[in-house]
Design a protein around this ligand. Sequence first.
Ligand code: RIB
Ligand code: CA
Length: 322
Amino acid sequence: MAKKVILDVDTGSDDAIAILAALASPELEVVAICTVAGNKSIDKTTENTLRVLDLFGSNVPVFRGCKEPLTKDLTPSRWESSPRKTLIIDGEEIQIHDDYLSLPPSKRQAETMSAVEFYLKEVPKISEPVTIIAVGPLTNLGVALTIDAEALCQNVAEIYIMGGGVSITNYSPSAEFNIWFDPEAAQKVVNCGVPTIWVPLDATHEAYVTSAHTARLREGSNPWCEFAANTIDQRIMVHDALQPLAEPNAGTVHDALAVCAAIKLDVLTNCFERHLSIGIGGAADGQTIVDPRVYPLEPNCKFALGADRNLFAEWLLSALMR
Ligand code: RIB
Ligand code: CA
């Protein structure tokens, strides 16, 4: 029986791969996709999500979510991020996330119901407990929990979260982007009582794919294989230039690892019950603070600090080329 899942995305490049892999996996039934502002504005992340669904030929409903974090933008100083290095080739900036995915504009619209309304009104009606795979800022869930935590949590079995980082960060010295973007929402999710499985940068940076994988992917006959290979190759180019991994010609596909974990939890390594709290404000804004002490605080989540790269890469290719 396929696991019913809801994807919560800020589509961007790795979100797009995650969506394709989830749709292509028989172990999952994607019942809905909720969009959120993060990598790009809510308009762009929603349009990009619709474009990916058109590419796959899926009519999974898309629910447009929050356009800004819970409270962070009320304090402008919290938005100051580290100076960003850029990759310029032939006078053009090569980004890890383009504003719009290189796909035809979608002819579809998102549903009229908002993502938060969907979480509160429709999720409780689903015939069995659902799994949420959240791979962007957690604002939608943070708002839904603020309005009616019981309504949301009563029919949610578990939440997989791509976010955070302990020995690896990316958007600031202390934080990974998704959690940095909305720390308060992340803390609400940690507190909500639904089992959460965290897939941080410590895991996603181990589970990189290489240009040898994208070369294999190009041989796939599915109409999305070339797009996926091009998308990952662009990520590899930016990683090689600005965020090198353990070997050259390698790139992360953060969000797809969270999807893989929802199917094969053993893709995550060093994944244990841990106590997690979220830094809010100051230098630790958005930090995922995992209690490292021998006698830590009561565990409140599963938090992986590694991943099986070969298992992930072979799963990803088999899903996209199925
Ligand atoms: O830090 C990586 C995460 O931030 C990924 O989910 C990426 O898509 C961005 O949302
Ligand atoms: Ca994302």
